[in-house]
Write a protein that binds this ligand. Structure first.
Ligand code: PA5
Length: 431
């Protein structure tokens, strides 16, 4: 269950300048309620097929079968080669549900290689024994330069150490209808799992693109899908401010177009949720940034860490941002502070770390609210599979709504494709 506290976008909390009039806000949502149905009715159209994923139990079963087979091989490392929508969802899942440092005490270790910086790639490849590593190459289009470049290194190394069985160390996740990866897979007998053609790259977190690595690392993907399904049901059943996706979409559009806030800062007070903010950054930016007048700029920050690097700007700098906080009501584990501090800071004695974290969030929210800066708080009961599945679906639905509200195609990315084409030309000497 995700609660959204939006009190601090209203006039009574933050004043006339940036605050929304409650009645105006409610009628704004009411008028846009039909868009929810419009999105729901579009599941068959290209792009919108992410809506059908929670029902797709066949994919979950297929993934679980692969996981069962691969577990027998006792891989030491799972290495995902992919970029953008083919990496960010998996990274977000790993951090949210296994934790930042899970590779230190978790087997198999899970690495995402989502750049072609040689030093970065070497820092991972030099750590692993290729004979004990399963590589998952993820690319919706099946031909993106970065994962293909990384795949070439991995393949050559695998052929060196396992000349006969290198293909057993590889699984491709791609569109099953087209693309280079598919051709390579057919030729070299490499296993392939599909990303449905009508699901876009940045909407693919609930497909094998992220679910396969997550399941291989021990995340319960069934529960994740249950969370996404429950969220979809909530969106189907609720209206106005009770509808989380509609609420978020309307807030985003109003803040951007009526309150002069082209930037949105997503700032979880929970390390586990930080990479979800990263995933959201791509989702919002690539989906809505489509012409010189349309495209909110998403920014990520982490509380409390960035209180000490960004908050000065947020509180006193240009009044061009609004804020989405996220917190988990219950921590996975809490820790009592030591009773050893001098009286000058004695208010900490007897407290726990989570109390300090929550008080700091209140401090940030309090200061922004005092300064008339609009902010909302998304409260998860705890960070678990269901909550995370719900978050993904909620944000994807919000962004689909925003596509309709801003009248842009939320599912294409011509600006990304343009750079892919130029890069390929340069590398082929045809520029
Ligand atoms: O959302 C998108 O489609 C893109 O940002 C892609 O995720 C990114 O470019 C990677 O593409 P692909 O998965 O085809 O390799």
């Amino acid at each position: 269950m995700i609660q959204i506290d939006f009190q601090n976008v209203l006039r009574e909390s933050i004043g006339q300048r940036n605050g929304l009039d409650k009645r105006f806000f409610e009628s704004y949502l009411k008028k846009r309620q039909p868009l929810v149905k419009k999105v729901l009715d579009s599941a068959q159209k290209p792009g919108y097929a992410f809506l059908d994923l929670p029902k797709d139990l066949k994919t979950v079963q297929e993934i679980e079968y692969v996981v069962e087979q691969e577990q027998k091989r006792k891989w030491q490392n799972i290495v995902v080669l992919g970029i953008g929508g083919s990496a960010l969802g998996g990274i977000a899942l790993q951090e949210a549900l296994l934790g930042t440092y899970s590779n230190l005490n978790h087997s198999p270790r899970l690495f995402f290689v989502d750049n072609v910086d040689p030093d970065y790639v070497n820092s991972i490849f030099s750590l692993i024994d290729f004979r004990k590593t399963l590589f998952i190459v993820v690319s919706k289009s099946g031909g993106t330069t970065e994962p293909m470049a990384l795949f070439s290194i991995a393949k050559e190394m695998l052929i060196r150490v396992e000349p006969k069985y290198y293909a057993d160390h590889l699984i491709f996740v791609t569109d099953l209808h087209s693309g280079l990866l598919l051709k390579i897979a057919e030729k070299e007998n490499i296993r392939v799992l599909g990303i449905p053609s009508k699901v876009g790259g940045r909407f693919s977190v609930l497909t094998a693109a992220a679910l396969l690595p997550a399941a291989l690392a021990g995340i319960n993907i069934q529960k994740l899908m249950v969370g996404a399904k429950k969220m979809l049901e909530t969106i189907q059943k609720t209206e106005d401010v009770k509808n989380p996706a509609l609420l978020l979409a309307c807030l985003q559009q109003l803040m951007d177009t009526k309150k002069g806030k082209p930037m949105v800062v997503m700032m979880p007070y929970k390390n586990q949720l930080f990479r979800i903010a990263d995933w959201y950054r791509q989702l919002l930016a690539e989906s809505i940034g489509k012409n010189p007048k349309t495209g909110p700029t998403p920014i990520n920050a982490l509380g409390t860490t960035d209180q000490h690097s960004q908050l000065q700007l947020y509180n006193a700098g240009p009044d061009d941002k609004w804020f989405i906080f996220m917190e988990a009501i219950k921590p996975g584990v809490d820790q009592k502070l030591g009773n050893v501090l001098p009286k000058e800071i004695g208010f900490l004695n007897g407290k726990s770390l989570d109390q300090v974290l929550k008080a700091s969030l209140q401090g940030t929210v309090g200061s922004l609210t005092k300064n008339g800066r609009p902010n909302i708080n998304l409260k998860l009961d705890r960070v678990d599979e269901e909550a995370v599945g719900g978050l993904f679906m909620m944000f994807e639905f919000q962004v689909a709504l925003l596509g309709l509200m801003y009248k842009v195609d939320a599912f294409d990315q011509p600006g990304v494709e343009q750079s892919k084409i130029i890069t390929k030309k340069i590398l082929s000497g045809k520029n």
